[in-house]
Ligand binder design. Structure first.
Ligand code: 1HN
Length: 349
C-alpha cells in the first residue's frame, strides 16, 4: 500500500536515536503492517498418512501416553517451523493411544476438536461423560472442560487434534490445570449428551449457559447419512460440491466459538471452481481420492491425508471417485470480528 521511504544516513541516525526511547518510525514499516491482501507465513502443505503413520507408531515405542501426557506428532506448517502451528491461528497434530493406555485428565482454556482417523472404540471423556471414538467421528473438548482419553480395545487409536493454541497464545489467555485423578469419575452414561441435545430435541427447561455445543460427539454415520440423502437433491455448489457445517444445536452457530468444522461430499469426477476465503483451512480426506490445487501447489490425497489451504489462497478440488472431506478453520472468530471474506471467482489456482 505504502511505498518504502528512502533511507538516508541522516534518517538512519535519527532512527538509531529513537530506538533507546522505545520509539520507531511508522513510515518504515507501514507497507508491511497494512497489506493490500493477506500475507500469511502459512503455506500450502500436505501430510500423507502413509508416511506419518510409521513415525507415529515409532513414537508409540519410544514414549507412553502417560509419560508424554499426550502422545502427539504436531503437524507443523513448513512456513512456520518450530511454531507448533498448522495455520497462523490453529494447531493440529496426530495423537496415538495404544491398547491399555491412558492419557490423564486435565483442562485448559484452549478449545480442542478430535477427528477420528483409525481404531475403533477407545474413549474420550469430557466433563464426566465418555464417548467411544469411531472413524470419522467429530468430537469436541470445549474450553476449560476436563478431559482424558483411554483405550480399552485391542487396536491402536489415532485421531487428528485441532486446537486454537496460537490464537489463545496471541491473546495471552492460556490457563491450564492437571486433574487430581488420572481419570475422571463417570457421572453420565455413554450417549447422554447426544440423546439429550443431539436428536432435534432438548430437555424442556434447558437454557444454554455457554456458547459451546452441548453435544460433544457428532458420529460419522449420522454425518455421512446426511450427505448421502442430500446428494440425491443434485444441487451442487460449484465451489464446494455439497458442503455442510457442524453446528451447536442450541444456537445454530459453530460447535465451539473459535473453530468451525465442515463436512463435504464431492461426486465422482467433480471439479470445484477456484475459491478463496480469509480463513486458512485444514482438510482431512475421509473417503475417496482426489487432487487439490492450492495456489501453485498440487496435492493428491487419499483417506487420512491432511492438507492446508492458507488464507486467501485459491483452492480447487477435483475428486476421482465420490469423495468426502472434513475441514476446519477459525471462521467464527473472523465472522464475530467482521473480518471474514470469501471470493467465489478467485483467479484460477
Ligand atoms: C491436549 O489437551 C490434547 O487433550 C491434545 O488430547 C493435544 C496439544 C496441546 C495442548 C493440549 C488432548 C494438545 C493438548
Amino acid at each position: 500500500m505504502h511505498a518504502a521511504a528512502t533511507s538516508t544516513p541522516e534518517r538512519q541516525a535519527f532512527y538509531d536515536r529513537l530506538a533507546p526511547n522505545n520509539l520507531a518510525p511508522l513510515w518504515e514499516v507501514l507497507g508491511a503492517l497494512i497489506t493490500r491482501e493477506p500475507q500469511s507465513p502459512c503455506i500450502p502443505a500436505f501430510w500423507r498418512y502413509g508416511d506419518v503413520r510409521p513415525q507415529l507408531m515409532e513414537a508409540g515405542r519410544l514414549i507412553t501416553a502417560r509419560e508424554a501426557e499426550r502422545r502427539v506428532l504436531i503437524l507443523e506448517n513448513p512456513g512456520m517451523p518450530g511454531k507448533s502451528c498448522i495455520t497462523h491461528t490453529l494447531y493440529a497434530g496426530l495423537q496415538l493411544i495404544l491398547p491399555g493406555e491412558v492419557a490423564p485428565a486435565h483442562r485448559h482454556s484452549q478449545s480442542a476438536l478430535r477427528f477420528v482417523i483409525e481404531g475403533n472404540g477407545a474413549f474420550t471423556a469430557v466433563d464426566g461423560e465418555r464417548t467411544l471414538m469411531r472413524p470419522g467421528d467429530f468430537i469436541i473438548t470445549p474450553s476449560w472442560t476436563w478431559h482424558d482419553h483411554g483405550n480399552e480395545t485391542e487396536e491402536p487409536m489415532v485421531w487428528l487434534d485441532g486446537l486454537d493454541i496460537p490464537l489463545v497464545g496471541f491473546l495471552d489467555a492460556s490457563f491450564a490445570e492437571p486433574g487430581n485423578a488420572e481419570q475422571q469419575m463417570e457421572t453420565k452414561p455413554v450417549g447422554d449428551s447426544l440423546a439429550r441435545y443431539g436428536m432435534g430435541l432438548m430437555p424442556v427447561d434447558w437454557k444454554p449457559a455457554t456458547p459451546t455445543s452441548p453435544v460433544f460427539n457428532y458420529p460419522y454415520d449420522r454425518s455421512r447419512e446426511a450427505l448421502e440423502t442430500l446428494k440425491r437433491a443434485d444441487d451442487w455448489d460449484p465451489c464446494h460440491g455439497l458442503k455442510l457445517r457442524y453446528v451447536n444445536p442450541a444456537t445454530g452457530g459453530s460447535p465451539m466459538p473459535t473453530i468451525q468444522p465442515f463436512m463435504q461430499l464431492l461426486p465422482a469426477g467433480f471439479r470445484t471452481e477456484s475459491y478463496r476465503s480469509t480463513d486458512a483451512t485444514i482438510y482431512v480426506a475421509v473417503e475417496g481420492s482426489g487432487t487439490s490445487r492450492i495456489g501453485d501447489a498440487s496435492f493428491h490425497w487419499q483417506p487420512h491425508d491432511v492438507f492446508v489451504v492458507p488464507s486467501w489462497c485459491p483452492v480447487r478440488h477435483e475428486a476421482g471417485p465420490e469423495s468426502v472431506l472434513f475441514s476446519f478453520s477459525d471462521r467464527p472468530v473472523q465472522q464475530a470480528l467482521g473480518l471474514w471474506r470469501e471470493d467465489r471467482q478467485a483467479r484460477a489456482a
